[in-house]
Design a protein around this ligand. Structure first.
Ligand code: NAD
Ligand SMILES: O=C(O)C(=O)C[C@@H](O)[C@H](O)[C@H](O)COP(=O)(O)O
Ligand code: ZN
Length: 364
């Protein structure tokens, strides 16, 4: 495959739409993405790991523009309000006007923070997502959720702000560590588990090819997950209903990530464990069968994802963190529960004692 034939999926939001390009050589071949820039200012936001690897490829496409780059320190702990302020200061220093564009070059941390900064600067300017992790390609770069963490919890501050384009250059995956790659697969499994039974079966059949990073399998997995998510986002851009299903495993997962101070579990790993906890809770509430939970666990294990709560975490502490989840209403837990492969439901007023029982069993 070359840069002239990417797989393209359009995310359509009423009258608007933007492309997600998936393929090889896309960063260095700027013909497509450069045409999405409207003004003469661009700020590339990246981090200290990704910029040395890939900034040069993007820089070539920015020739002739007034542009600068800003590098975050690496890690989830840097998805912070303080860094948003630093990005905004970099935009001010660049003299960025309303037609400026922020380019997010990196994983989901960079994408969420850069996108939120773009949403804030002059009440909203363009941004382009250039995801360089599998997780960012299949999930965070698509759909317009942007934001940062607070010490109290994940993603507590943010905005819906859609990108102008998503440039998923799979060449960048060559340098992605295996653990990060596997974490990205968790969000692929999630999409299939929520709403696409045939895709789940395909993942089971291609688990070995995916673990070996077979190129055709990787591109198909990215494209199928992005197409699934694009459909959900098109129907419910701002999470008034159906979109909340994309949060399967996340109320548990975010609590696990936060409890581990963002160093114990990666986001995708938290989602993997979180999905299993959600599955067990669903079984307890007679919404799903043990056989489905076992099938989900088998696939996650084959991919090499964790399926247990890390040692030292406490059930009560996790429940307290879950109480701050954004989906909750009227002071009660509102969770995404699982009804077996390919089906999930939003359930309000979940009894905390049931959640605690599942957490206690998993932390015992
Ligand atoms: N907005 C959304 O819809 C959405 C969806 C899913 C996840 N998220 C968020 O995304 C974040 C997780 O994203 P992530 O898993 O990409 O983590 P990340 O951004 O921390 O990237 C993972 C690691 O890989 C490194 N890296 C990135 N690209 C690389 C490359 N090509 N080669 C080598 N190293 C590379 C990074 O420097 C980092 O160390 C979380 O904050 C999560 O909340 C958001
Ligand atoms: O796009 C969505 O909607 C998602 O929920 C995707 C999730 O995988 C992602 O982790 C998202 O950041 C979670 O958002 P939050 O609303 O729970 O903060
Ligand atoms: Zn997620």
């Amino acid at each position: 495959m070359n840069a002239s034939s990417p797989t393209t999926i359009d995310v359509t939001l009423g009258e608007r739409s933007y492309p997600v390009w998936i393929g090889r050589g896309l960063l260095g071949d700027s013909t497509r993405w450069r045409a999405r820039l409207r003004g003469r200012h661009a700020l590339v936001v990246s981090n200290t790991t990704v910029a040395p690897l890939y900034l040069e490829r993007v820089a070539q496409g920015l020739a002739g523009l007034a542009w600068a780059s800003f590098q975050l320190d690496d890690g989830e702990a840097h998805k912070s309000f303080a860094n948003v302020e630093r990005v905004l200061e970099a935009l001010a220093k660049l003299g960025a006007t309303r037609d400026a564009c922020v380019i997010a070059l990196g994983g989901g941390v960079v994408g969420d923070l850069a996108g939120f900064s773009a949403a804030c600067w002059m009440r909203g300017i363009d941004f382009i997502q250039m995801p360089t992790t599998l997780l960012a390609m299949v999930d965070s770069s698509v759909g317009g959720k942007t934001g940062v963490n607070l010490p109290a919890g994940k993603n507590l501050v943010g905005a819906f702000h859609q990108p102008r384009a998503v440039v998923a250059d799979i060449d960048t995956l060559a340098t992605l560590p295996d653990r990060e790659y596997r974490a990205g697969l968790a969000e692929v499994v999630k999409g299939a588990a929520i709403g696409d039974e045939p895709f789940f079966a395909w993942l089971e059949a291609h688990a070995d090819a995916l673990a070996a990073r077979d190129e055709a399998a990787v591109i198909e997995a990215i494209a199928r997950k992005v197409a699934y998510k694009a459909g959900v986002v098109a129907r419910d851009e701002t999470e008034q209903g159906e979109r909340a299903l994309l949060n399967l495993g996340h109320t548990f997962g975010h609590a696990l990530e936060t409890a581990g101070r963002y160093t114990t579990l990666l986001h995708g790993e938290g989602v993997a464990v979180g999905m299993l906890l959600a599955a067990r809770l669903s079984e307890r509430l007679d919404m799903s069968a043990a056989a489905d939970t076992a099938r989900l666990q088998r696939l996650l294990v084959r991919i090499g994802l964790p399926v247990a709560i890390p040692p030292g975490m406490d059930a009560e502490q996790l429940l307290a963190l879950m109480r701050l989840d954004k989906k909750n209403t009227a002071g009660t837990l509102r969770l995404i529960l699982w009804c077996g492969i390919g089906k999930a439901e939003i359930v309000a007023g979940v009894n905390e004692n049931d959640v605690l029982a599942v957490l206690r069993e998993a932390t015992a």
